[in-house]
Design a protein around this ligand. Structure first.
Ligand code: PLP
Length: 464
């Protein structure tokens, strides 16, 4: 047996070790090791405390260590943790389906549970495809995505993901799908404002469908409030209505990827609820639906679609862990807790406070260019110059350095450089929906200190 007792640098043993070995170079600085978490705070094994200002990767919606969820987890595990859906129905999955479809409302009457966001994307596009085949529209197979956009890491999800870097590496292995431009609102092409650019982006979707041949297009998938790919991008209201009209006109299904924006995060159960005129045909959920307590995802679909697929012989898709009793019992407790503790209302209220406090910070900062988002799905964009919106030099990998400076100060932020920073660089500020006023103030205070430290580095190196 290898000696695992001594402190190690990533990758210094011949087997085992941290998953970081798949990401970090040999000898790279170790990340702290997590010891425990409660509410919106986390502690490492040295006893250092961190404020979870991003809910991890926008997952821990109801905060850490929730007693109700832990009790539900133990109670269900004691009854039955796993039962094959080939043999048994299980009550927790039925309860969770009833609950989430009730919250999602008309047109989304059925729920198909999976184990994460990528699986939800796969299931949604396969359900859409099977439905088209059943309806005699087998020529419809193209699923248009947005550039940039993110729908998961599996190869099917990658095909609809708008990420040039991922496509450079894996594109040869997938049937890359067409992409329509994402309606950015901050850094805009010349002679455009956010409204006119959103109109142009919607028109570009229409043109793309026509160019591809409307009869060949199955669906359009987009994040109604963006995740990391666009930094919590919210389009002008008219975009959602127009996109809906375009899809309807061409017989194209509209899929909202609500893996990040769903489950209450934006102050409504679905981000779709903010734009009733842009109602989607299918919705994917993950992350917040089980809030990190168990791997969980879902596809919400219209009953007519599900019935047609079932009548034709059944959905040609499934995963071993799909709708397992333990995960569903946990998901049910999470969603119940979110509803009973009125976390959506808190997300609205605290989101407004977060924005207001960040705006005050922006006025003092030379590099905080934009604040955007909805509810508690917020992001800040970092620039070299607020006037020109100039990008920072890519070799500085600004957001990763800012995350590091945050960790030093006990602040956890979340970011990933979309398309190597081509569209800009942003960090998510998306605390658990239980966040209080004083915790919002603490997050913004630490964010201010972190950005000031980074600004000082940029000045020292004469970058700004
Ligand atoms: C919008 C969106 N869709 C899909 C995914 C993929 O989810 P998962 O990582 O659970 O597979 C993510 C993950 O970040 C996401 O943000």
């Amino acid at each position: 047996m290898p000696d695992t007792s001594a402190p190690r640098a990533a990758g210094d043993h011949s087997h085992g070790g941290s998953v970081r070995q798949f990401y970090a170079k040999k000898g790279a600085k170790r990340m702290p090791t997590v010891a425990r978490a409660q509410g919106i705070y986390m502690w490492d094994t040295d006893g250092k405390r961190y404020i979870d200002a991003s809910s991890g990767p926008v997952v821990s919606n109801i905060g850490h260590g929730n007693e109700r969820v832990l009790e539900a987890m133990i109670a269900q595990a004691k009854k039955v943790a796993f039962a094959s859906r080939a043999v048994f129905e299980n009550e927790p999955s039925i309860q969770l389906a009833d609950l989430v479809t009730g919250l999602a409302g008309p047109g989304l009457e059925r729920a198909f549970f999976v184990s994460g966001g990528s699986e939800a994307t796969e299931a949604a596009i396969k359900l859409a495809r099977q439905y088209a085949v059943i309806r005699g529209e087998a020529q419809r197979w193209k699923v248009i995505g947005r550039e940039p956009g993110y729908h998961g890491a599996s190869l099917g999800a990658l095909a609809v993901t708008g990420d040039p870097q991922a496509h450079a590496a894996f594109g040869a292995m997938v049937k890359t799908m067409p992409k329509a431009p994402a309606p950015f609102t901050y850094r805009l092409p010349a002679n455009h404002d956010a409204d006119s650019y959103a109109r142009q982006c919607a028109a570009a979707l229409d043109e793309l469908i026509r160019r591809e041949g409307p009869e060949s297009v199955l669906a359009f998938i987009m994040e109604p409030v963006g995740g990391l790919a666009t930094g919590a991008l919210v389009a002008p209201d008219h975009y959602y209505k127009t996109v809906r009209e375009i899809c309807t006109r061409h017989g194209v299904l509209l899929i909202y990827d609500e893996v990040m924006s769903g489950a209450g995060r934006t102050g409504a159960f679905l981000a779709a609820d903010h734009w009733p005129e842009g109602r989607p045909d299918l919705v994917t959920l993950a992350k917040g639906i089980a809030a990190g307590y168990t791997p969980m995802g879902a596809v919400l679909a219209p009953s007519g679609m599900v019935e047609a697929v079932a009548e034709s012989g059944g959905f040609l898709h499934g995963h071993t862990y799909a709708a397992n009793p333990l995960s569903c019992a946990v998901g049910y407790a999470v969603v119940q807790e979110m509803i009973e503790k009125k976390m959506m209302a808190n997300a609205q209220k605290m989101g407004a406070r977060l924005r207001q406090r960040l705006e005050a910070l922006q006025a003092k900062s030379a590099i905080l260019g934009d604040i955007r988002g909805k509810g508690l799905l917020m992001a800040i964009e970092i620039v070299a110059d607020k006037e020109t919106k100039a990008l920072l030099p890519p070799e500085r990998q600004a957001v990763y350095r800012i995350m590091e400076l945050g960790i030093e100060r006990g602040l956890l932020l979340y970011s990933r450089r979309t398309a190597n920073g081509k569209y800009g660089e942003w960090l998510m500020i998306s605390p658990p929906l239980i966040v209080t006023e004083s915790e919002i103030d603490e997050i913004v205070h630490l964010t201010g200190e972190t950005l000031a430290a980074y600004e000082a580095e940029l000045r020292r190196d004469k970058v700004i």
